[in-house]
Design a protein. Sequence first.
Length: 92
Amino acid sequence: MVTAFILMNVERPRLKSIADDLLAIDGVAEVYSVAGPFDLVVIVRVKEHEQLNDLVTEHIGSLEGIEGTETLISFRAFAKKDLGLLWDIGVD
């Protein structure tokens, strides 16, 4: 499994629609709007590096309103607990 974090700057009026478009792409697991030098952080999980290449260059790159990206590829995950449990607030 290849996990990548894509830091993204987008046209601000289109932030919500771009986030929705990103979530429709196979391999995009999560999208966060964030404070700081980037507008969005996109978490991608794919089986192979070639899939990551296609996802970034063809699918994400074709979306209008994206001004710039920086992709960080994860080597290894470190966690005290199951990461899924960290986000579980017990609401069904």
